[in-house]
Design a protein around this ligand. Structure first.
Ligand code: ATP
Length: 461
């Protein structure tokens, strides 16, 4: 799992088995866009469902929204994105490719074993000096011939308006968070929620990233799962720590191993923030951010109060105190989490017969299909279809009668289906089936009448 070549294998598996395809592939692709296929969309929906369950359904005082992607441009003025949502870019004068100065330094440091350097706290001048001093080369052409660092705004802009002469510039949202902030009053009023309470959202975000890459790790269009928790300033630290724990628990509950997870505090805090850290995952290319947790104080609501003229004051019904609530933000990229889950699940097992099987060890609730129905021979397909129809009403199930049973097991292993149900001649005579466990490859004989209960219990659903 630590090996980088696994990432190539995972990309190939995703393409071959229908998890994820290159975006607009038949036209030669569209750089750093990816399309989820029939298996990938099931995985993604399961991940989103698991997140929503933990952060809305099972959370006290937490409510969902689904805000518009296109927002009033004043939102981005208030949030600071128009002025400063930028990355430090450098162009290679030799091959004309564009790079992020901080990423160049991080990659150089990783290669040269330089640890604990606070790259995110460096100024543009410091980064420029470090790159020159260490003669850091362009990853594309190998030359060290850079332009000066300039800040590059990552927001995609477009135009709104029906006549050429009267068009407003608007932006594709670079984060979902502002949709939660601008609906703070609406949610509080309609749910009659008392502080502390949370607002959650899952949705698309867009960033004109300078150096996207590593498959779906950093793309220009991606989905975020974000939760803002509004509280009194005095409780900020408590809830910040609580959300760190929740983020950790969620990551392990979907199948990430604790030894592949760690927290990293931010070296440089935004001027308004009290605390910020990332939960990092050990991706094949090294430790990298999986999600962020921030104590953002009352900065966001105060800025929207200032720019919109709407009061964000909350009146505490018990103490009668009026205040603008503080916010603890937890933000995780759904696609980045899926990459982590693919890396974690991927396994190559050497079998007793000398063959290697690729198996995706997804947690059952995340697995795209829960069960596959496989008739041993084609003339058993009528009975097999009957069983399949029954299972389909309870689980995401698939049916396969093409090829040898061994090959069909391999196909299911490669998409991580936890159980295969084989229909054989005993199914006709004794109304039983053979159920094969993906991880142990052990087989159980189960009565068809008891199959749904058996699977429900095994899957823990
Ligand atoms: P990075 O430092 O990796 O660019 P960030 O600190 O800018 O990320 P945030 O703005 O905190 O990221 O976004 C919250 C989460 O959204 C990240 O932790 C990550 O999981 C996800 N995310 C951010 N940018 C991208 C992207 N370009 N592609 C995929 N996921 C992303």
């Amino acid at each position: 799992m630590e090996k980088l070549e696994n990432l190539d294998k995972i990309v190939n598996l995703c393409k071959g088995r229908g998890f994820i395809f290159q975006g607009s592939e038949i036209y030669g692709g569209m750089g750093n866009t990816w399309d989820y296929g029939p298996i990938g969309i099931e995985l993604k929906n399961n991940v989103k469902r698991a997140w929503w369950k933990k952060f809305v359904q099972e959370a006290d005082n937490s409510f969902g929204v689904d805000a518009a992607i296109l927002m009033n441009s004043r939102v981005w003025d208030a949030s600071g994105h128009t002025a400063s949502f930028s990355d430090p870019k450098m162009d290679c004068k030799n091959c004309k490719t564009r790079h992020r100065a901080d990423n160049l330094i991080e990659d150089y440091n990783k290669k040269h074993g330089v640890e604990n350097m606070a790259v995110d706290a460096m100024s543009n001048e410091e980064m420029q000096a470090y790159i020159t001093e260490h003669q850091i080369k362009c990853p594309n052409c190998g030359k060290c011939d850079w332009t000066e660092i300039k800040n590059f705004n990552l927001m995609f802009s477009t135009k709104r308006g029906v006549t050429d002469s009267n068009q407003d510039v608007i932006y594709l949202r670079p984060e979902t968070a502002q949709g939660e902030f601008v609906n703070f009053l609406n949610v509080q009023r309609t749910t009659r929620a008392k502080v502390p309470f949370g607002i959650a959202q899952i949705g698309k975000a867009f960033r004109n990233e300078i150096t996207p890459g590593n498959f779906i790790f950093r793309t220009i269009e991606f989905e975020q799962m974000e939760h803002q928790f509004f509280c009194h300033e005095k409780d900020g630290e408590k809830y910040y720590n609580e959300y760190k724990q929740k983020a950790w628990d969620f990551a392990t509950s979907v199948g990430l191993k604790p030894e592949h997870l760690r927290f990293k505090d931010h070296d440089k805090l935004a001027f308004y923030a009290k605390a910020a850290c990332d939960l990092q995952y050990l991706f094949p290319m090294g430790w990298n951010e999986l999600n962020g947790i921030h104590n953002r104080t009352n900065h966001d609501l105060s800025r929207h109060q200032e720019f919109s003229g709407k009061s964000m004051l909350y009146l505490d019904p018990i103490t009668n105190e009026r205040y603008v609530p503080n916010d603890i933000e937890y933000s995780i990229g759904c696609d980045r989490l899926i990459l982590a889950l693919l890396c974690e699940a991927y396994d190559e097992e050497l079998l007793e017969n000398g063959e290697t099987r690729i198996v995706m060890h997804f947690a059952p609730h995340i697995a795209p299909y829960k069960v596959a129905v496989l008739p041993l021979q084609k003339n058993l397909s009528e009975k097999a279809r009957e069983v399949f129809k029954k299972l389909q009403t309870k689980f995401m199930a698939t049916y396969d009668e093409a090829g040898s049973i061994g090959k069909r097991y391999r196909r299911q292993d490669e998409i991580g289906t936890p159980y295969c149900v084989t229909i054989d001649f005993d199914s006709l005579e004794k109304d039983t089936v053979t159920v094969r466990d993906r991880d142990t490859m052990k087989q159980d004989i189960v009565k068809i009448d008891e199959l749904v209960d058996y699977l429900q219990q095994k899957l823990g659903l």
